[in-house]
Design a protein around this ligand. Structure first.
Ligand SMILES: [Fe+2]
Length: 314
């Protein structure tokens, strides 16, 4: 259930000289520190946040250390409408126009389609025909509401992160695109949706990246998606990221981590090595071992792995 680590020395040395064009970050849920650290280290051309951002201050302030280093784009998630603060720190931020929900934008040389939010049956259950949706658009919903029922003279805050048919259909007709970024997962996920597959296939994308489920999933590597599937798909966990494009071996970037550390992680955790490297750790101030090591903390991460291998509790 995890992106693989390349153990190819030649490929690794090539990667260490290259800068990723794109990095996709799993749901931050308020922790933008790991995003800042990873961008400062990897210097990608652009980054995409996959929703559930819940910035504790306006997003442009949280990301101010990297705004001159990379281009920031995002989609929203269901939790971005949990509170007025969550909402205002995103939609009221100076980066609000970088929310590309419902449209296709050119990012680092790719045409990327964005579908933020989640499907809510009170609006539209995508397992049912689109004509049966309760509300076609937020405007249609607003018109049914009394003034006192409205939030800031519009629909409720909660449903501002619901997917409305009109937004989905507009995106469907806006193709082609290279990549689809969605908060919801494609149908290969147990809680995913055929509607995401149909959108990806209509747009002709080669890649789908999603958040929401807090899992690192390489759908092809885990057999959840066949090699013949029309697009590759990845789920990205909170605190993790995916660098794109993949290396010449078709494997994931290893963030310039030295080979001995990757080997040590693989010896310690086997197939779960990447999961451990990409999971925030309390002994590393909540950063992931990969980011912490890349930012100069190699020795500490090595000693943690050695301690775990030799029976220590870390
Ligand atoms: Fe979510």
């Amino acid at each position: 259930m995890t992106p693989r680590i390349s153990l190819n020395l030649h490929a690794q040395s090539e990667r260490m000289q290259s800068v990723p064009k794109l990095m996709f970050f799993g749901d931050p849920h308020g922790d933008l520190e790991s995003v800042v650290t990873a961008v400062e280290h990897c210097r990608p051309e652009a980054i995409v946040l996959l929703g559930d951002i819940q910035a504790r201050q306006p997003l442009h302030i949280e990301l101010s250390p990297i705004l001159d280093l990379t281009e920031v784009w995002f989609i929203h998630g269901n939790h971005d409408t949990d509170s007025d603060t969550d909402y205002d720190n995103l939609w009221g931020s100076e980066l609000a126009d970088r929310n590309f929900h419902g449209r296709i934008v050119d990012i680092a040389g790719y045409k990327i389609a964005g579908l933020g939010g989640i499907f809510r049956t009170k609006i539209w259950d995508p397992r049912r025909p689109i004509e049966e949706a309760a509300f076609e658009s937020s405007d249609a919903m607003r018109r049914t509401m009394k003034r006192e029922e409205r939030w800031r003279d519009g629909i409720s805050r909660k449903h501002r992160s619901s997917i409305f048919p009109v937004d989905y259909q507009r995106l469907l007709r806006s193709g082609p695109a290279d990549i689809l970024v969605a908060h919801e997962a494609p149908s290969a996920h147990p809680h995913g949706w055929q509607a995401i597959d149909e959108l990806a296939e209509t747009l002709g994308v080669q890649l789908v990246v999603h958040g929401h489920h807090h899992q690192n999933i390489d759908y092809r590597a885990t057999g959840m998606q066949s090699a013949a599937a029309p697009f590759r798909a990845f789920g990205i966990d909170m605190g993790s990221h995916l660098a794109w494009p993949l290396d010449s071996q078709g494997q994931l970037e290893s963030d310039g981590l030295p080979q001995d550390l990757l080997d040590l992680a693989t010896q310690t955790f086997g197939a779960e090595a990447r999961t451990w490297l990409d999971k925030p750790h309390e002994l590393l101030n909540g950063q992931t071992p990969a980011v912490f090591a890349a930012a100069g903390g190699l020795d500490k991460v090595r000693s943690m792995l050695n301690a775990i291998q030799h029976g220590g509790v870390v």
